[in-house]
Design a protein around this ligand. Structure first.
Ligand SMILES: *Cc1c(COP(=O)(O)O)cnc(C)c1O
Length: 510
């Protein structure tokens, strides 16, 4: 019934000739009927692309697709809107990677909740920027309420605050920035980094993070003037969690060498294994050494909503700051992420008042200007997506999705563990499983040759999308499950194909 409606409306002629006048294309009441027709045609196209996506990717090579893209002359517009759409279809939609497809099991990309897609439409149309009250109005309050809600989920009290960011990378940068500032305040209290840049003592600052933590920690250290060498990679245990004993030893050793440990970054959901560091224990070590405690829950943050697995994040309430990606485990479209801080005072390190944008007097007048807490100035109103998702679904359903994904990961682990062709490295705490094709009786070839070849074959056929990783120099494959609609039957099919490909490649090598 609904589909029939869309089809009917979309067959209406779209009669704005391209190239009339600039005002004909403004998003304003006069042009809304044209927009509406265009919107329905676009939606029909997306619908067709998603229905037709029998596999997650076409497998096209970048070289072949580039030829098509390069042929398009941007100097002159297309002859009609239909032409624009068919161009988009052929270079983008037919060759996009579809995260809603059950055979997409590669990276940390989730299928999205459609209430969030509806929100995208609204927020882009209004084009709010949530930097200042006078560019956003109500949007600022919506974002702030979601930030407060997230802080409550973390177990933070009313001293906490936060901000939406572009992603975990930016959130981690903010976390490391606050760690650096706290250390300067402690070890060099007369110094103000904002005005004077880094003090000499900053060359002694050290950040401790597990060897499996996200590379954005290193990136942040470099951007903050501390350098890659300030990041000390701590060994992980058999469960791929930061080893607390190794951590304590590394801190002591650093101190012996006259270095200054300033921060522990715990990962709640490593990108490769989904392993969650022992937050309670690491928090205690951080407190003992007066270090900043940041928790990178970019991946694992979704557990906050799970009744069954929330306890796996126990200790996160002790964090000084937290990174959380709604675009990973809250079914949100890119981008949607947050940085949360247990004590809002720390945001003063990034506040800069400008006469034109957010003068200090406005703060006294009670106008909330979120730019005071953000690295960005003009900023998307991504919060509306999470807002509409929560208002339509409620947090419990999102949590149920997480429960289903974790249950699926366990079934998948059992499948691989009992399969004679595979070796599995981790019993998944979240939904990432690292494994490799390594059957007994391989001749003339090794798993290290076969596994990268298997992954390349999938990338070139597009029939399923799987990830790869390396463990101590050896090549592995990886599944990351974030789709609550994926079933074990889907995964059985993918595993079966990996096995078939593996054996076929082995025969080729003979
Ligand atoms: C994905 C990820 C990040 C980076 O987040 P983006 O949103 O991609 O910038 C950081 N940390 C962890 C553990 C991640 O999985």
């Amino acid at each position: 019934m609904q589909n029939a409606n869309v089809a009917l409306l979309s067959s209406a002629p779209f009669n704005t000739p391209i190239g009339k006048s600039v005002n004909d294309y403004l998003f304003c009441p006069q042009n809304l009927s044209d927009y509406q027709i265009g919107a329905l045609q676009s939606l029909t196209l997306v619908n067709k692309a998603m229905v037709n996506a029998r596999q997650p990717f076409s497998g096209v090579s970048p070289h072949r697709l580039a030829q098509q893209v390069n042929q398009i002359n941007l100097a002159t517009p297309a002859a009609s809107f239909e032409n624009v759409l068919s161009e988009v279809e052929s270079i983008y939609l037919n060759n996009a990677v579809y995260f809603h497809h059950p055979d997409y099991v590669a990276h940390l990309n989730c299928p999205v909740a459609y209430p969030a897609v509806l929100a995208e439409q609204i927020l882009s149309a209004v084009n709010t920027s949530v930097d200042t009250w006078d560019q956003s109005g109500g949007a600022t309050l919506i974002e702030q309420k979601l930030i407060n809600w997230t802080c409550e989920q973390l177990g933070f009290d009313s001293q906490a605050d936060g901000i939406f960011t572009s992603g975990g990378t930016q959130s981690n940068l903010m976390g490391m920035l606050m760690a650096r500032e706290q250390a300067v305040a402690r070890y060099c209290p007369e110094h103000c980094v904002k005005h004077q840049g880094l003090p000499a003592i900053a060359s002694k600052f050290r950040i401790f993070t597990s060897q499996l933590s996200h590379f954005s920690i290193q990136k942040a250290a470099a951007l903050l003037g501390l350098g890659y060498e300030s990041v000390i990679a701590v060994a992980t245990d058999a469960q791929f969690k930061m080893d607390p004993t190794a951590l304590s030893q590394a801190i002591d050793t650093a101190k012996l060498h006259g270095l200054i440990p300033i921060c522990i970054n715990a990962t709640a959901g490593t990108t490769d294994y989904g392993s969650i560091d022992n937050l309670d224990q690491l928090a205690q070590i951080a407190r003992q050494h007066a270090m900043w405690f940041h928790v990178d829950a970019a991946y694992g943050g979704g557990l906050l909503l799970s009744e069954q697995y929330r306890h796996r994040l126990s200790g996160i309430e002790h964090a000084d700051s937290v990174t959380l990606d709604y675009h990973k485990s809250f079914m949100q479209p890119v981008s949607s992420s947050a940085f949360l801080c247990r004590n809002r005072q720390h945001f003063s390190h990034i506040t800069l008042h400008s006469d034109y944008l957010n003068p200090l007097c406005e703060k006294d007048q009670g106008y909330p200007n979120l730019v005071d807490k953000s690295l960005q100035t003009t900023r998307r109103f991504d919060a509306l997506k999470l807002w509409m998702t929560l208002r339509m679904m409620g947090p419990a359903l999102l949590g149920e999705g997480i429960d289903n994904i974790l249950a699926l990961a366990r079934q998948c682990y059992d499948l691989l563990y009992t399969h004679p062709d595979f070796e599995v490295l981790n019993d998944p705490e979240l939904s990432a499983i690292v494994f490799r094709f390594a059957p007994a009786g391989l001749t003339n070839t090794t798993p290290d040759e076969l596994n990268p070849a298997i992954r390349d074959a999938f990338l070139q056929s597009g029939e399923a999308m799987i990830a790869r990783t390396q463990v101590a120099g050896a090549h592995y494959l990886k599944f990351t499950l974030l789709n609550p609609a994926t079933t074990i039957t889907d995964l059985q099919r993918v595993v079966q194909r990996i096995s078939e490909l593996g054996w076929a490649l082995m025969r080729e090598n003979q």
